[in-house]
Write a protein that binds this ligand. Structure first.
Ligand code: MN
Length: 325
């Protein structure tokens, strides 16, 4: 369990007694922060509680199937709410709300904030902090909380929570797809979670522009003698494909799985800078170390750097004489 009986009692009482609830998701939202926020929103609707949804960024196309996601706005005033629930937010920086909503972070509203998260470095900014780093997604914690409170998990709520679990486990491909995570997925399916809908939108809906951009990345892959798979994208590639930077997310992960490759490196131009994304699947390779050499950072298996400059294509040609053919 992610929480004590006392914490459940406080959570339940806070929701039932609240007059207006503000739900907060993090910037550049993913399936977990939106699934958690919207699952809560559905519950509060069912309980007849007025609630609003706050997020600094717009909702990505692939998550627009989530119920009520069009209700997210970036300009609610937190002081007008007697309960604020933040989901999947480790600290103020990932919220994207430090400048627009400083009152959320200066401690003045702390006694109204419930913080539900599964990130290791959570800043515990609420009066109630339910943090469990052992859970695959924030929505798993919320499901447990709903059950402990005897709140009804409808089919809509199940779809929202399943989306969080599905996306945070990389469609059940990451290491956090534990027996427990699969058990929770089964439970959500039984409650009416719509897996086919999630799969279709999250995984099987790729725009032509994205495919063209990925095609450029894949057609340029070179594996050097050190076993590094490299590819690159220039500003003009994005323009030719009518694509945005966000359309390339995930492509580098295909490179790291190439048999025999130590790690993958994708270089992309971005307004006078070059960004490097480094990924590996190997336990004995540390891409963070490589990123640090270029002034970047990250994690052992996923890291990145940004350097000023642009990309220049370099091809090596060799003349082969008749005797070699
Ligand atoms: Mn998450």
């Amino acid at each position: 369990m992610s929480f004590t009986e006392e914490e459940v009692a406080i959570f339940k009482k806070s929701l039932l007694e609240a007059k207006r609830v503000l739900i907060v998701s993090h910037k550049n939202p993913d399936g977990d922060t939106l699934g958690a926020g919207l699952g809560l929103y559905c519950l509060l609707r069912d309980l007849g509680k007025p609630a609003d949804l706050l997020c600094a960024s717009s909702i990505p196309e692939y998550l627009k199937f989530l119920p009520f996601c069009d209700r997210y706005k970036n300009n609610y005033e937190p002081q007008n709410y007697d309960l604020i629930i933040m989901v999947d937010i480790a600290d103020k920086n990932v919220s994207g709300l430090t400048e627009t909503h400083p009152m959320l972070w200066d401690g003045s509203l702390k006694e109204r904030v419930i913080n539900i998260d599964h990130h290791p470095a959570n800043a515990k900014f609420g009066f109630l902090n339910i943090i469990d780093t052992g859970k695959a997604s924030a929505t798993v914690i919320l499901l447990e909380l709903f059950e402990a409170c005897d709140f009804q998990v409808t089919a809509d709520i199940a779809t929202c929570f399943l989306t969080g679990l599905y996306t945070d486990t990389g469609s059940f491909m990451h290491q956090n797809s534990t027996p427990e995570a699969m058990k929770v997925a089964g439970k959500l399916l039984r409650k009416g979670g719509n897996m086919a809908l999630i799969t279709k939108h999250v995984f099987r809906t790729t725009q032509v522009k994205t495919m063209r951009l990925w095609g450029k990345v894949f057609s340029r892959i070179k594996v050097n003698e050190e076993g590094v798979a490299m590819s690159a994208l220039t500003e003009s590639d994005y323009m030719e494909c009518d694509a945005k930077r966000e359309d390339i997310a995930g492509a580098v992960d295909y490179l790291k799985y190439i048999p025999g490759v130590k790690y993958a490196s994708l270089l992309t131009e971005d307004q006078g800078k070059v960004k490097g994304s480094l990924r590996t699947i190997h336990d004995d390779v540390d891409v963070q170390e490589v990123a640090i050499r270029f002034g970047g950072g990250g994690h052992v298996k996923a890291a990145g750097f940004t350097v000023p400059g642009r990309l220049q294509r370099e091809e090596v040609w060799r003349v082969v004489g008749a005797e070699n053919t």
